[in-house]
Write a protein that binds this ligand. Sequence first.
Ligand code: DQA
Length: 145
Amino acid sequence: MIIAVLNGPNLNLLGTREPSIYGFETLADIEQSLRQVGDELGVFLEFSQRNGEGELIDCIHALRGRADGVLVNAGAYAHTSLAIRDAFAATAIPFVEVHLSNIFAREPERRHSTLASEALAVLSGFGAFGYELALRGLVRALARD
Ligand code: DQA
């Protein structure tokens, strides 16, 4: 099973970016922990981070027919991007939406996700650990299909 882990804008700065909200773990730390979980579950993980909306869409298109599922933290695009939601709808790849922070407890403009209606599940507020929870949930859901 191949699972893509797709991170959006500004997540390359994790570790130093507003650590009181996003924690001190870097994206490389998250990747390292997820790889251990991936090995435990017997799934192959592919990581990408892009700052541009179009670049993220290109990544989603490139996963068509290749990835079994996606973990996505689209960053601020989660609140605004119909185009990213359309890319998931068009490719029909099951995905779980992840956010480090609890977006529903933040500023009003962050309390809505444009992606959530297409997502298998949404995990928001568990920090970096949320990626692990999301991976376990996604793999279990896909294994049942
Ligand atoms: C985020 C939440 C978004 O509102 C923000 O723009 C991010 C990170 C999170 O992981 O909590 O870039 O997706």
